[in-house]
Design a protein. Sequence first.
Length: 503
Amino acid sequence: MLEANFSIQGYNLVKLLKRLEDATARLEDVTIYQEGYVQSKMGSAAGQTSMGSQVSAEGGAAAEAPAHMQEYEQLVDEWVRPLVGAGQQIDAAVGEASQQLLEGFAAQGTLLRAAALARKPEMGSEGFMRALGPLNERIMTLGALKDAQRQSPYFAYLSAVAEGAPAFGWIASETPVSLIGDFKDAAQFWTNRVLKEFREKDANAAEWVRLFLGTFDALRGYVKAHHATGPTYKSDGVDFMEAFEQVSGVVAAEPAAAAGAPPPPPPPPASVFQAPADGGSQGINAVFAELNQGENITRSLRKVDRSQQTHKNPELRAASSVPSSAGSRTPPPKPRKPTTLKTRKPPRKELVGSKWFVENYDGEADPIIIETNKDESVFIGRCNNIFIQLKGKVNAVTISESQHCNLLLDSSISGVDVIKSERFAIQVAQQIPQITIDKSDTGVIYLSKDSLQTELFTSSSTSINVNIPTGDDGDFEEHPIPEQLKHTFSNGRLNSAIFEHVA
């Protein structure tokens, strides 16, 4: 009797669960159908909205953003939008270049909104690079616009915008303030030519240059105040791509709402509400009937005699078509991921304004020699296996993201900065006030007798050795930079000291 009650209760429970699953499935069908209809209508409405409604939607989205985003929007309204108007008064091509710059600021604003909601992503991840796509498109478009207008009398305007646009890259840099300044200097070389050629011809030229350079100064001030080491992320935020898609969706969907709500969806097809025929109860009854047979359930199985048993007949094993586990196929090799998502650019050695750019050299056989003066600075970036000699006094030198880079310089006014570089060597022939090394590995520095007062600053760096002269015969004594520090608390303060191993 107890067994019969159990079977009846089990049958009622199973049947109840099945009815709940059927109801849930029908509700899900209704939801999916209505959501798909609404999204399709909103998408078509968004495609018909004007640029003005998109700008107002962005303003609405910014109202919910952090306070620094309101300052960013104020920067765009005060400098970039007037720049577009001034450019359109000068020439159609200059107006188009200024408009592309404005769209770049809009794409940059989307990234900053996403950063305010998300955890910091990997800079080289596929998702982050995809999010940078709209920003990179603006930079590439400006470069193509400049190249297509080389014979234009307004080529200097277009070159200024194209040279300054890569400053948008600060959003993926850990030293954004200096990067913006570098590209402003590169663009200022062309704005000086604009003033020289058009100051007397066009009164709008000086105003355009003022707004253009002021945009960089305002952006640098904004970044220095709120994003000094890169965009401000949320430590407990969501995934970056999730936040980016969310912010992008808000900006794209709000204009559709401003144009009017889409009509309500029609009722779903009648088949959604049709309950399937209850043909499963008979199957469940049959299952429980078989389970209640007990040992009699095996009576329907056919007995296999010895002649048909594979484990007792080698002939049957040999003729079996079942493959052996020893001959299992090896899975195909997975495709290798690219080592870098960046395209290798051609080598460049160019003086822009008062700054030398030495970039993208790889395995250069001959030494790169540059005659410098005290008003010039040198930037060495993304170079591998090269030797660079700087003759004369130079203002400042920066080595960034380079490997096996060997530098010989006479003297420097400000010093040398080494950032994210490996296996570098620096030799000073005369004097240098300081050397700063950040996030670098395996470097050697040779100081002269006149540069023994040089100050060395290191952070997040390993295997750095300094060699100082010991006599007139050219011998050097090597001193490794300490890497281990001991931290203690005393009177509520943190004290740090070099940790030395006692021999």
